[in-house]
Ligand binder design. Structure first.
Ligand code: GTP
Length: 455
């Protein structure tokens, strides 16, 4: 083993012969004390009023890396240099003033240097006079380097957390905020001073979200889940509503108990807005603004899938009458304008949860959850009426009207394809019956004809 690997506080394999210590007055001269000091496995030195080393035990000899002759009667400055003395001097002075002292020192005479804590305490002679001081060295290298490494990594972590584009929030097991990073302040609008010590959900969480959010936090605290990611709205201090993504983790102690919740928060308002805009654009017919064929078909599938046994879904298949003539006589631009007018008029009579889409040139489909068939027929009648009113071209006096076929699930069909087909067939009958009218599907779900229904 190389000398740099050896434990500096342990006697070397061939310890130096026992030092010849001068028999000075003081504790070390008392044989029992002296043998005790020599037996202690820590480097101990006695320094007299002139700061000279007058006693040292065997561990001190190997620790000092000197032989006893080089040590005896020397000052600390002579032995270890100016810098070492500058570090020791205040503690020595306190020792000679009758106090205990200690100091931390990187011992550079060791190779490699090691951290030690040097304890200094006074030796009182007869009558209480301070004759000398003792130094005891403790190797605290591993503790000090571990503490320094920890401090450094904590520092780095703090820096990283503060510079992240994510806000970092920590709350304890009582959901009291214990950390609120600068980025959290920038995103959420509340400052660290305003949030430290407050309940995690005290501010910003919309009222309607509070109970649900609290339930998630409690599941994390109970250890039922380790983490949670969600997108939610937040009301900033300036009352602006934003969208944020929360990433929560339950932090546990050595025994596995959840002691705190660490939250990362990111502002995703821009993404949500962009997504909503793109979705709107993708779902909307460019000319009329109602849903595209694909989007209304998706709504139809979803509505049928979600329908419970007692719900009824009405589908109105709307085809404009004589639209070709409008185009031929008035041109496409005016034809377009009429299409838009009619589409908007139909949209206006639908409820918020209803949907309307354009599935072809002059063909539309409207969906509505209705209580019964008579409600479905009322809706169809209303649509016929508004189409006729809105499909009027003022300049030419020409008018478009609509023929509408109505079918409902589950009365006439269960699948979207079948429902559409039934409504289309019913619309065709309305055309045959003279247009500008509605017609209810008269085919039973099993295929049998019901009594035809005329408006
Ligand atoms: N202006 C305009 N016309 C369109 C658009 N898409 C399709 N069309 C026209 O709409 C007309 C639809 O014609 P049809 O439904 O066959 O004929 P119609 O005159 O409505 O006849 P009936 O349905 O029997 O009453 C055609 O002339 C298409 O060219 C569009 O986006 N804008």
């Amino acid at each position: 083993m190389s000398s740099s690997m050896s434990d500096p506080f342990q006697p070397e394999p061939n310890p130096a012969p026992m030092p010849e210590v001068e028999l000075l007055p003081g504790l070390a001269a008392v044989p029992e004390v002296r043998s005790l000091l020599e037996a202690v496995d820590l480097p101990i030195g006695r320094w007299d009023a002139d700061g000279r080393l007058t006693f040292f035990n065997p561990p001190y000899v190997s620790w000092a890396r000197r032989n006893p002759d080089q040590l005896r009667g020397r000052t600390l400055k002579e032995l270890y240099g100016d810098e070492a003395w500058a570090a020791a001097q205040p503690a020595f002075e306190r020792g000679f003033a009758g106090q205990q002292a200690d100091y931390l020192r990187l011992l550079r005479h060791l190779d490699p240097p090691r951290w030690a804590r040097i304890q200094v305490f006074p030796e009182r002679g007869m009558g209480g006079r301070i004759e000398a001081i003792y130094t005891i060295a403790h190797d605290v290298h591993d503790d000090v380097t571990a503490a320094m490494a920890l401090k450094r990594s904590n520092w780095l972590l703090e820096q990283a957390l503060d510079n992240l584009p994510w806000g970092v929030i920590e709350s304890n097991a009582e959901l009291i905020v214990t950390r609120w990073s600068r980025s959290a302040e920038a995103i959420l609008g509340y400052s660290e001073a305003e949030r430290l010590g407050t309940h995690r959900l005290a501010m910003g969480v919309p009222e309607e979200e509070r109970a649900r959010t609290l339930a998630v936090y409690e599941r994390l605290l109970r250890g039922e889940i380790d983490n949670w990611v969600e997108q939610a709205q937040y009301i900033r201090k300036d009352r602006r509503r934003i969208w944020v993504e929360w990433t929560l983790s339950a932090l546990r102690d050595e025994e596995g108990r959840v002691v705190s919740l660490l939250t990362f928060v990111r502002d995703i308002t821009h993404q949500i807005d962009t997504h909503a805009r793109l979705l709107h654009r993708a779902e909307r017919d460019a000319l009329t603004g109602v849903l595209t064929r694909r989007a209304i078909m998706e709504r139809l599938d979803t509505a049928l899938a979600r329908r419970t046994r007692d719900d009824m879904l009405a589908l109105c298949f709307i085809d404009l009458d004589g639209f070709k003539q409008i185009n031929d006589r008035l041109g496409h631009v005016r034809g377009d304008r009429l299409l838009v007018q009619v589409a908007h008029a139909m949209q206006d009579v639908l409820r918020r949860d209803d949907a309307i889409g354009r599935i072809g040139g002059d063909e539309f489909v409207a969906l509505s959850a209705v209580a019964d068939l008579s409600a479905a027929q009322s809706l169809a009648a209303k649509l016929v009426e508004v189409c006729a009113a809105a499909g009027y071209d003022l300049l030419s006096g020409m008018r478009v009207t609509a023929s509408i076929g109505v079918a409902a699930a589950p009365t006439h069909a269960r699948s979207s394809f079948e429902l559409l087909q039934r409504a289309d067939d019913a619309m065709y009958v309305a055309k045959q019956q003279g247009k500008n009218r509605w017609n209810l599907c008269h085919r039973h779900i099993g295929g049998a004809d019901l009594a035809p229904h005329h408006p």
